[in-house]
Design a protein around this ligand. Sequence first.
Ligand code: TRP
Ligand code: SF4
Length: 328
Amino acid sequence: MAKEIILSGMRPTGKLHLGHLSVLENWARLQEGNENYYMVADWHTLTTGFNDTSKIRENIRDMVLDYLAAGIDPEHSAIFVQSHVKEHAELNLLMSMITPLSWLERVPTFKDQIAQFGKEGKDISTHGFLGYPLLMACDIMVYRGTAVPVGEDQSAHLEFTRELARRFNHLYETDLFPEPKALFAKIKLLPGTDNRKMSKSYGNDIPLDADDQLIRQRVSTMVTDPARIRKDDPGHPDICTVHTYHTFYNKEEAPDIECRCKEGTIGCVACKKRLAKVLSEFMAPMRDRRNQLAEDPERLKEIIAAGDERARKTAGKTIELVRNAMNV
Ligand code: TRP
Ligand code: SF4
C-alpha cells in the first residue's frame, strides 16, 4: 500500500468502552507506513448537543486518554483537538461559499436526524447541523487526506467530500485536493453485556478503564442461555453473550468452552469466572497506561499541544494553497 494521509475522529461524548476498541485498534494498525491524524471532534458535538456543553472539556480529556490507552502512538500520529486547529474553521468558511445548499439537504441522515431529535422535543434544524457534513469534509480536506477509516454509516459523508474536492479542483483549475477513500474495516462488533449494541446509555458497557471489580460485576450480569437452569443441563453457547466474549478475548479456550457447555460439563458461574479473569488480564495494561497518564495532566497537555501543533502545520500549508487558488 502506498503511503496514505489518514484522518479520522470521534465526537467526545464520554468514556469509550470495549465496543469501540476494535475501531481504535484499527486506527493503531493503520499507523504503520502512513501519515496519521487522529482528532477529537469537539465542534461536531455542538451540531446536535449545543444546549448542554457542560461535559465537553472532561470528555475531550477522556477521549485522548482512551486513544492513547488503545495504542495510538503520539510519537507517530498527531492526536489533536479539532477546535484547537482553527484552520478547520477557515476552510469550512471558504468551502461554504462553493457548497450548493441542495448537496447538504440531500445527505440521507439530514432529515432523519431532525425528525429523530424532534420526537425527543429537540429542534436541531440549525445552520450548524445542516453544515455538519461540510465540516467533516473540511476536517479531511485540510490535511489533504487520502484515506479515512470510518463506519459504513459515514459513507455518504465521504461521497460528499469527494464531490466537494472535485468541485473545488474544477472551479479553481487545480489538483489541490485528492479524493479521499473510505476504509471500511471488517470489524466484528462486540455486543453489550445484555447482547444489545454496547452503549453507556444502556448500562451494558465495559469502559476501557474498568477495574477488576467492575469487570467481574459486568460479566456476572451477562445474559447466558436462558434455558439452562442446572449446571449439567446442555447449553447453547451460540446464543450466549459470555460465549461471544470468549470468542473475542479467549480465542484459544473458546472451542473447548463451547464443547463443554454443549455437553453440560461446565457451569455458567465457572464460565463467567474464567471470562472475567481473561478480560482482566487483557485490560490491565491498557487501563494502567490510561491511569498513569490520567495522573499526569501536564504530560497529557503536552501530548495534545504537540498533536495540535503538528496538525496546524499541515493544515496551515493547505490553507495557504487554498487562499492562493481562490485569490483571497
Ligand atoms: N462524523 C464522525 C462521527 O460522527 C466523526 C467525524 C468528524 C469524522 N469529522 C470526521 C470521522 C472526519 C472521520 C473523518 O462518527
Ligand atoms: Fe454461556 Fe458459558 Fe453458560 Fe454456556 S456455560 S451458557 S457459554 S455462560
